[in-house]
Design a protein around this ligand. Structure first.
Ligand SMILES: [Zn+2]
Length: 609
């Protein structure tokens, strides 16, 4: 019955089973209370098989410390947090903190979900110290049990949890969290930090339906995860596929917006139509596949199309979509915004200029070497973050045709000398060219914005002669791309160059639209580091028509910044399209050399001394 050896004694009530994971615990013991959930009685993971892995990762047996779920409503995720909280009361008792957006929601969760759930499981309820009244199980915001306590708090009042230390933290519906209130700190960060003293034992569960792009906590959290999507075998061709909005097909009355017949899903592999009744079988054979493999945090996206049979049907979902669409055609976008957030589990993008770049990853090419023919000079752009540097090396040719050469993430705080040494080492490495020669990076631009300015000044100052330029982004709509007159009004007394980031991005985004190799075309190598995530970062911004500036539409955008700084460094080194069009190569250090590159090499050597 159970795969673990101590189950028999456990069944006799002798000892809790330490091998039990949360999903197994829920399948065996969890009773859903009447009234609080649609399906009262014994809980079953098989109703929505995608929840099983999430609960396994939240279990103490998994080394995962953070699990993030970006979800639609009505996909059966609400009980995950309760299963987790009750498991850590029952099987592996631990101190716990659950944070909801507001006091009202915290009360509601305690009174209408958690307490009835405990009441439905009398054996567990017995473990909890009784509350004030006979009917109460523990206090409304505190459930004390042997080995720990669950504190229920809300984001608006960080003072009621900021001094706690907990192994388990559940951050529920985080897009409802208001940011830093009265300077008390961001409740999401404050909540996470409560686990600091538990090190590798900590368990942080973050979930929410998303809201607006660039303003969504759960989107930022999901981006900082391995980004899993649920793949299932197509009943016709067996290919592993996901459900995505654009794959659904249906007829509808163009006047009344009523759906005619059934909504079906068109398999992206074989084109066959899949009926909704196939869903249960498909989901049972499904598996989570990361799109950002290797990230230490787990992330899961669950749109409403996965809603188990009996919850929300495809017909209902797309009837709502058509309703929202008809309103949107009349200028009211509110319903569509809600639909996108709560059904498609995606952030809402305000209408603005965005670059149509879905096919960028398909443009990747095999260079056959690090630096292909056509590249005349290399420039590097460095984006500075609190815990790492990100660097892109770009090759430039005639007519400003560009080739991405390499992208490198150097982990570590830039305040640490070792991190800066690693950056120095990378910036002075050589790259193999198509003809057997090797090339150095000729110009380098380093971002000094953010919290690490002093460290970056210290890095750039002695390297100015090696064309390492300290850069600072100027955000105003009309700032020129570069200002060759350096400012020195900074603590490090370093030559600091302002970069008009909007002007730079105008250029990059215009170049990305070019589809034919030649003038201004951007080439990308067939390297793993140029992942879907890279292209998302590169296209992370949209132009706000009113303000005339580019604004982030997602949290991570280092790739576009790196490219901007590489372009700026090249310009600051005095290399423009006129010079490139003469066809001379810069920075060649070994192998095939021309007269001009020999001369350049001396310049580099002098700088290094
Ligand atoms: Zn198929």
């Amino acid at each position: 019955m159970s795969r673990n050896p101590v189950f028999s004694s456990f069944a006799l009530g002798l000892a809790p089973d330490p091998y039990l994971t949360i999903d197994d615990w829920a399948d065996k013991f969890r009773q859903l209370p009447k009234g609080a959930s649609a399906e009262a009685g014994q809980y079953s993971c098989d109703r929505m098989p995608y929840v099983r892995e999430i609960m396994q990762e939240l279990s103490p047996q998994s080394p995962t410390q953070q699990v993030k779920v970006i979800k639609a409503t009505q996909v059966g995720c609400t009980e995950i947090a309760n299963n987790m909280a009750m498991y850590y009361m029952d099987i592996v008792p631990a101190s716990q903190l659950m944070i909801l957006p507001t006091e009202g929601l915290a009360k509601d969760h305690s009174n209408r979900k958690l307490t009835p759930s405990l009441r439905a499981m009398p054996e567990l309820a017995k473990k909890i110290n009784s509350g004030k009244s006979k009917d109460d199980i523990g206090g409304m915001f505190e459930k004390v049990y042997p080995g720990g306590m669950l504190k229920i708090a809300w984001a608006g009042s960080p003072s009621n949890f900021r001094s706690l230390s907990c192994r388990v933290v559940i951050l529920d519906d985080v897009d409802g969290f208001k940011g830093d209130i009265d300077g008390e700190g961001d409740p999401l960060d404050l909540g996470k930090k409560r686990t600091d003293s538990f090190g590798i034992l900590r368990k942080i569960y973050i979930n929410s339906t998303p809201t607006e792009e660039g303003n969504s906590n759960i989107e930022a959290e999901f981006e900082a995860s391995d980004q899993r999507h649920y793949y299932m075998p197509c009943p016709h061709c067996e290919a592993m596929i996901t459900f995505e909005k654009d794959g659904f097909v249906f007829d509808y009355d163009k006047k009344t917006y009523e759906i005619i017949g059934d909504v079906q899903y068109s398999c992206p592999e074989c084109g066959s139509l899949i009926d909704e009744f196939h869903k249960s079988k498909m989901m049972a054979k499904g598996k989570w596949i990361p799109h950002n493999e290797g990230h230490i945090h787990r992330g899961y996206r669950i749109p409403s199309y996965y809603s188990p049979l009996g919850f929300l049907t495809w017909n209902e979902i797309f009837r709502e979509f058509l309703e929202a669409k008809s309103l949107m055609n009349k200028g009211d976008v509110r319903k569509m915004k809600t639909w996108v957030n709560t059904r498609d589990a995606k952030v809402w993008e305000e209408e603005a200029t965005t670059v149509n770049v879905d096919n960028l990853p398909e443009r990747k090419e095999d260079y056959g070497c690090e630096v292909p023919e056509g590249v005349l000079v290399l420039s590097a752009g460095v984006d500075t973050q609190d815990d790492r540097f990100e660097v892109e090396v770009v090759g430039y040719g005639k007519d400003m045709e560009t080739w991405s050469i390499d992208y490198n993430i150097i982990q570590g705080d830039p305040n640490n000398p070792e991190t800066r040494d690693a950056l120095a080492a990378y910036l002075s490495r050589t790259f193999k060219c198509y003809d057997g020669s090797t090339m150095k990076i000729y110009a380098k631009g380093v971002d000094t914005g953010g919290h690490r300015s002093k460290a970056v000044y210290a890095f750039c100052k002695p390297r100015f002669v090696q064309r390492v330029f300290a850069l600072k982004g100027a955000n105003s709509a009309d700032a020129p791309f570069i200002n060759k007159r350096a400012g020195k009004n900074n603590k490090g007394k370093v030559n600091l160059f302002m970069v008009g980031v909007n002007a730079g991005k105008d250029e990059i985004y215009a170049n990305l639209e070019i589809t034919e190799p030649g003038p201004n075309y951007m080439h990308f190598p067939n390297k793993d580091i140029y992942s879907d995530e890279y292209f998302k970062q590169l296209t992370a911004e949209k132009r706000d028509k009113k303000k005339g500036i580019w604004v982030k539409k997602r949290h991570r955008n280092e790739a576009i910044d790196c490219r901007n700084y590489a372009n700026a460094a090249l310009a600051l080194a005095g290399i423009d399209d006129h010079i490139l069009n003469r066809g001379k190569r810069f920075g060649v250090v070994a192998g095939v050399q021309s007269a001009s590159t020999t001369k350049r090499r001396r310049v580099i050597s002098r700088g290094r001394r």
